[in-house]
Design a protein around this ligand. Structure first.
Ligand code: FES
Length: 153
């Protein structure tokens, strides 16, 4: 039987009736219409499904929706405010930090979380390490790193 899960989704209270075994990624995309969050591997390897759960980056493919009861979720759709791109989104555009773009939402969500995390030092090696859960099959890593370092300023 479906159970209700209450979320604050991109700042808006939402209630969804979900199966107890429904995966957050599928609920976001298929039930709530937020298809900006991508499904790549569906088993925690690629980072395409990265969203923020109470401000922390998580893989939405590894999380049951019911585990998020009462929590705040931010997806790529929630980053731009008042018609303006988030600075990290703008930096990705400025640096051509994508080719096909499929990994970009996850890359950007991870980048926003790491730039907000005072435990992650700003050197390139630390940023690479912090971003290592986000794969880019096109190999746009240099431009992704440049965009993140630019957005830090
Ligand atoms: Fe979740 Fe690949 S789809 S990590």
């Amino acid at each position: 039987a479906a159970v209700p899960v209450h979320l604050t989704l991109n700042g808006i209270p939402v209630t969804a009736e979900v199966a107890p075994n429904a995966i957050l990624l599928d609920v976001l995309r298929d039930r709530l219409g937020l298809t900006g969050t991508k499904k790549g591997c569906d088993h925690g390897q690629c980072g395409a499904c990265t969203v923020h759960l109470d401000g922390r980056a998580i893989n939405a493919c590894l999380r049951l929706a019911v585990m998020c009861e009462g929590q705040a979720i931010t997806t790529i759709e929630g980053l731009a405010q008042e018609g303006r791109l988030h600075p990290v989104q703008q930096a990705f555009l400025d640096h051509d930090a994508f080719q096909c773009g499929y990994c970009s939402p996850g890359q950007i969500m991870s980048a926003v979380a790491l730039l907000a995390d005072p435990r992650v030092p700003g050197d390139v090696g630390s940023v690479r390490e912090a971003m290592s859960g986000n794969l880019c099959r096109c190999g746009a890593y240099q431009n992704i790193l440049a965009a993140i370092q630019d957005a830090r300023l």
